[in-house]
Design a protein around this ligand. Structure first.
Ligand code: TIU
Length: 227
C-alpha cells in the first residue's frame, strides 16, 4: 500500500488498482482560437498545469501505472451535440464552427486533439466524451473495470467544469479520486480555489487533493510489469 500526503487526509492506494486520468488537455481549451477562447476566456491561465502534468505523466509511464486520456468533443455531423449545448452562451462562433484550429470541439480537428506536450502514446486509451463528465456516454467505466481500477489520480482542465464533473461522476461510481492541484487549472482563479475546496471538504466528500510534488516521489517508487 502506498501513501500520498493529501487533504483532508492521506491517500492510500495499490499501484495495480490506480489509473492516471488526464482530462481534456486539448488545444481547444489551452490555446487561443478554440472553444475556451470562444467562451470569452483567457486561455493562457490553463498553461500552468501543463508542465506539472507532464512530469506526472512521464513518471506514470515509467512506473507502468495505467493511463487514460479524455477529450471533450463531438462527431463531425454533430449528431451527439445536444441543441442546449450548441446554443448555450449565444456565442458568435460555437461548437462545430470553423476557427483557426479547425472546427471547434469536433473530433478529428486540430483544435480538438490533445496538446503535443501531453500526447498519448500507444497503450494509453483516449476516451472521447460529448459531455463535461468523463463517464457520460463513454466507455470509460468499462475500460477501468477491465483493469480492476478503483482509484483515480486526476489532472486536466478545467478544474470546476470537466475535472469536477468527472470526479463527481467517479465518486458516485465508487472510485476514490486524488486531484493534483497544480495539474488542474481554471480560467478563473477563484473557481480553482473553491472547486478544490469543495472536493476535499466534509471529510473528502468527493475525493482528495494533493500536488505533483507530493505524488511524484510515490509514483517513482512503482515498477509495475507491463500486462
Ligand atoms: N468551459 C470550461 O471551463 N470547460 C469546458 O467547457 N470543458 C472542460 O472543462 N473540459
Amino acid at each position: 500500500m502506498l501513501v500520498v500526503p493529501a487533504e483532508p487526509y492521506e491517500f492510500t492506494f495499490e499501484p495495480e488498482s490506480v489509473a492516471l486520468v488526464i482530462i481534456d488537455m486539448q488545444r481547444d481549451f489551452v490555446y487561443p482560437g478554440g472553444f475556451g477562447a470562444a467562451l470569452g476566456n483567457d486561455t493562457s491561465l490553463l498553461l500552468k498545469a501543463v508542465e506539472p502534468t507532464k512530469r506526472v505523466l512521464e513518471a506514470a509511464r515509467k512506473s507502468g501505472i495505467y493511463i487514460v486520456h479524455t477529450r471533450e468533443g463531438h462527431r463531425s455531423d454533430l449528431a451527439d451535440l445536444w441543441p442546449a449545448k450548441r446554443v448555450r452562451g449565444k456565442l458568435k462562433t460555437t461548437i462545430g464552427d470553423v476557427g483557426p484550429m479547425g472546427r471547434i470541439l469536433v473530433r478529428g480537428e486540430h483544435g480538438h486533439d490533445i496538446i503535443d506536450e501531453l500526447k498519448p502514446i500507444p497503450g494509453e486509451p483516449v476516451v472521447d466524451k460529448p459531455g463535461k463528465g468523463a463517464f457520460y456516454a463513454t466507455d470509460l467505466g468499462e475500460i477501468l473495470r477491465a483493469r480492476n481500477i478503483r482509484q483515480l489520480i486526476v489532472c486536466g482542465v478545467t478544474t470546476e467544469v470537466c475535472v469536477t464533473t468527472s470526479v463527481r461522476e467517479a465518486n458516485d461510481r465508487g472510485y476514490d479520486c486524488l486531484v493534483l492541484e497544480d495539474c488542474v487549472a481554471s480560467y478563473f482563479p477563484e473557481f480553482q480555489d473553491y472547486a478544490l475546496r469543495m472536493i476535499k471538504a466534509q471529510g473528502g466528500i468527493f475525493g482528495w487533493v494533493s500536488s505533483s510534488a507530493k505524488v511524484l516521489p510515490v509514483i517513482e517508487k512503482i515498477h509495475l510489469k507491463a500486462p
